[in-house]
Design a protein around this ligand. Structure first.
Ligand code: CDP
Length: 207
């Protein structure tokens, strides 16, 4: 759509389904999509000084094949507590959010810090057990290097670190719509999200 600034902010804990919903919404509505977790993952795996790594982050860093690993997720959540890292990644995310033609961003602080003016704010969550199960299956289930219990421990540790940090902690924005996907199919979750986007597009006069 021409002349349209429209942001969908999707926040929530690890493995809640934000990425799947974000990608599918972007496709359905023709918006650009940014998985902001990849930025923190790339900084986490780069090594050296995390603030310098965030300041110098390049396209190539975001193309690394190992960014989706459990280790990269761990490393991401450790560098994500550093205010200088978050500050270095802010401007890129903000301009992506307000780019022409609409944007979907998923992460932890999109509705609260990156784009408080987002037209749609979703907080996608699920119980730690359901999220650990999904992540474990993604990693190969019985063939995965980690047991389900180990993945569950990791999910809980990451939740605690993401919610407990001082700078941009994970929490729903006051005006976010909560989608608990614990007992929902991927299709049902996507429908719920799509309904919110359609309503907001109509409110903004793009319906
Ligand atoms: O895919 P998953 O939900 O497991 O993780 P992710 O979205 O790729 O994020 C990895 C880590 O990066 C999170 O645990 C956060 O600590 C951090 N992160 C953040 O602080 N802020 C964001 N906007 C996105 C990710």
């Amino acid at each position: 759509m021409c002349g349209m600034i429209f942001t969908v902010a999707i926040d929530g804990p690890a493995a809640a389904g934000k990425g799947t919903i974000g990608r599918a919404l972007a496709e359905r509505f023709g918006f650009a999509h940014l998985d902001t977790g990849l930025l923190y993952r790339a900084v986490g795996v780069k090594g050296g000084d995390p603030v310098a790594a965030a300041e110098a982050l390049s396209e190539a860093d975001l193309m690394r094949a190992d960014l989706r690993s459990l280790e990269a997720g761990e490393a991401a959540s450790r560098v994500a507590v550093i205010p200088g890292v978050r500050a270095a990644l802010l401007a890129f995310q903000r301009s992506f959010a307000r780019r022409e033609g609409g944007a979907v961003l998923d992460g932890r602080d999109i509705g609260t810090v990156i784009c408080p003016a987002a037209e749609v704010k979703l907080f996608v969550t699920a119980s730690p057990e359901v999220r650990a199960q999904r992540r474990w299956l993604e990693l190969g289930g019985e063939a995965a290097a980690q047991s389900y219990e180990a993945v569950l421990e990791g999910v809980k540790a990451r939740d605690a670190r993401d919610m407990g940090r001082a700078d941009a902690p994970l929490k729903p924005a006051a005006d976010a719509v909560l989608i608990d996907t614990s007992a929902m199919s991927a299709e049902a979750a996507l429908d719920a999200a799509g309904t919110q986007v359609r309503a907001a597009l109509a409110r903004a006069g793009h319906g």
